[in-house]
Design a protein around this ligand. Structure first.
Ligand code: FE2
Ligand code: FE2
Length: 263
């Protein structure tokens, strides 16, 4: 858990996993870019705080961080933001206006926010991070970015996949299992896809394809090198997808009963 490893030019992955009972497991990823002005991308989950705080200094001294890029303010992305901000006094939180508002609601220091919008770029010294709105998302403040130097696309929740068990690399996932897992994740994370127009979703995916990323670094998929066409195909047919509906109370109690019997 949370064994950091390099995945692209000066780019490190801090992986964790999020079990989804009855459905499988969802990868969860934070990243560090050791650019001239170092960047932490998202901050993991509070439930794994000790692990996260032990893993981060293996990649970079938090005091050296200049930017904490928050793709969006979900709990699996800001779980350790408050404590990392304390350990990274020079770092600014890269987010949008809506994200800054949510920082206030979470009791986080809004004065540390640095606002960027899709279409703008963040200069981190030796590279620019081109900010974009990913094709799918679950929160209005969501942004991802394209690192022009590593040619990595940081896609936030987009291109995630629920899986039976976690491989190290997206290439190792059986293609049909990947497709199914992407559909399931999309139906959970973006129920609005039920209302989406296929052509307009396709146009958003074409804009991603035009970047020609060498590697996709989703928050919820293993690093995916040379797979952009497959990932785009996995999302292209999610327009009109039936939203996921979880178990209700009765079904939950039945599940718990089954688990208790098995124990
Ligand atoms: Fe999310
Ligand atoms: Fe997420």
């Amino acid at each position: 858990m949370l064994e950091p490893r390099p995945v692209a030019d000066q780019t490190w992955l801090l992986p964790f996993s999020i079990p989804i009972p009855g459905l499988g497991v969802l990868p969860g990823n934070a990243f560090v870019i050791r650019s001239r002005e170092p960047v932490l991308v998202d901050t993991g989950i509070a439930a794994l705080r000790e692990d996260f705080l032990a893993a981060l200094p293996q990649v970079i001294d938090p005091a050296e961080l200049r930017w904490i890029y928050i793709t969006h303010m979900d709990l699996d992305h800001v779980g350790n933001l408050a404590v990392v901000l304390e350990r990274a006094p020079r770092a600014r939180v890269v987010t949008t206006f809506v994200g800054m508002a949510k920082m206030g609601l979470l009791g986080l220091p809004q004065e540390r926010a640095h606002l960027v919008n899709p279409g703008q770029a963040l200069d981190v010294g030796d590279r620019r991070l081109h900010v974009l709105r990913p094709p799918t998302f679950d929160a209005p403040e969501t942004t991802g970015f394209f690192d022009e130097r590593s040619r990595a696309l940081f896609s936030a929740d987009s291109f995630g996949a629920v899986q039976p068990e976690l491989a190290d690399d997206a290439q190792q996932i059986d293609p049909s299992a990947l497709r199914e897992g992407m559909h399931l994740w999309s139906s959970i994370d973006a129920p609005w896809l039920a209302l989406a127009d296929r052509a307009r979703l396709g146009a958003a995916l074409d804009r991603v394809r035009a970047l020609q990323p060498d590697i996709v670094l989703s928050s919820h998929l293993q690093p995916a090198r040379g797979m952009i066409d497959r990932l785009i195909a996995g999302v292209a047919d999610t327009a009109g997808l039936t939203p996921f509906v979880g178990p209700d109370q009765l079904a939950l109690e039945e599940m718990m009963g089954t688990l208790a019997e098995a124990a």
